[in-house]
Design a protein. Structure first.
Lengths: 193, 131
């Protein structure tokens, strides 16, 4: 999954002529913790966060450009969400503006990333089923159970190596938190005659 | 926020000989145990993957790890100013030579000139062998 799949759009941003007071009001009205500051050409020149908003003293107003964080770390639309998560953790960031050809096109927030981790069990199950079918062909089936990301795979495994492969495959599916593998006796072949 | 001793900043330019600079910066970041930040010295920004990935295939895995995690920054109108601001929270700035013919023009291009006056940390110009 990439930045363009998870980012918030449209972006609420402010321009370089905005006052801190006005920008703080915009922040208060929206569920974002920071606003990108863009210049007349649409380029991101900084980010104005809740903590920047608190720097203003009562009775005084300043331009956002005087208090914003600049320069700002950004990602491209094709950046993988895992890379984004790593950069957010490494840089203690809560938002990353998404920039294409110098223009602001979206923002990825920690919330957007959390949504990719917490996925609907049925979606996870369908994706895992697809993956296992690709691996073994649809003739061999394991029974799957996904509850809040806890995944149980039950069936006949050819050997320990295959068990490990299936466990590893399952863990690559976004939304899978844990994997339990239960081996059952192979079903004897029967003929209906 | 970031411990400035653990950040190396590289000003990446789309000039033809950028590889030595990216290689040098990534290797230096590894030896310092530092995080790498990439700033496009000339738009487009953020620094595209193609700029970072060319000519580094033979670097060790640790350097690739640093490159993968490198933060990429938006440039404002003036990249020299952007780099100068980052220098206050960084241990080292790395610039490329941009492959111009005269070394003096190289070292003292507009970005380089701004930085020798305004950088708060040491500045390294990583030149390619041919330049």
């Amino acid at each position: 999954m990439r930045a363009r799949d998870v980012m918030s759009r449209p972006v609420v941003s402010v321009d370089t002529r905005t006052g801190v007071r006005e920008a703080a009001a915009v922040l208060a009205e929206h569920p974002f913790s920071a606003l990108p500051v863009v210049d007349d050409g649409g380029g991101v020149v900084g980010i104005f966060s809740e903590s920047d908003a608190l720097r203003i003293e009562p009775g005084q107003d300043r331009l956002v450009t005087e208090v914003m964080t600049s320069p700002v770390e950004v990602v491209g639309p094709a950046t993988d969400v895992r890379v984004i998560a790593e950069r957010m953790l490494a840089g203690h960031l809560r938002n990353l503006p998404v920039v294409e050809e110098g223009l602001l096109i979206g923002v990825v927030t920690k919330h957007d990333l959390i949504r990719t981790v917490v996925r609907d069990d049925d979606v996870v199950k369908a994706e895992l089923r697809h993956l296992l079918d690709d691996y073994a062909g649809s003739r061999r089936r394991w029974s799957l159970e996904v509850t809040n990301g806890a995944t149980t795979i039950e069936g006949d495994f050819a050997d320990i190596a295959e068990r490990d492969v299936i466990g590893a495959l399952a863990r690559t599916v976004p939304g899978v938190c844990s994997v339990e593998l239960i081996a059952t006796e192979p079903t004897p072949l029967t003929w209906d005659d | 926020m970031n411990d400035e001793q653990h950040v190396v900043v590289a000003g990446v330019s789309p000039g033809e000989r950028r590889e030595p600079m990216v290689r040098w910066a990534a290797t230096e970041a590894v030896s310092r145990g530092a995080r790498l930040r990439l700033v496009a010295a000339v738009p487009p920004h953020p620094v595209p993957d193609t700029y970072v990935r060319s000519g580094v295939a033979d670097l060790p895995a640790t350097a690739h790890c640093v490159l993968d995690r490198a933060g990429r920054y938006a440039v404002s109108a003036c990249p020299g100013e952007t780099l100068a601001r980052l220098s206050y929270e960084s241990a080292l700035l790395v610039l490329g030579s941009r492959g111009r013919r005269r070394p003096t023009a190289t070292l003292f291009g507009s970005v380089g000139r701004t930085l020798i006056h305004h950088s708060a940390c040491p500045v390294v110009v990583a030149r390619s062998r041919r330049s």
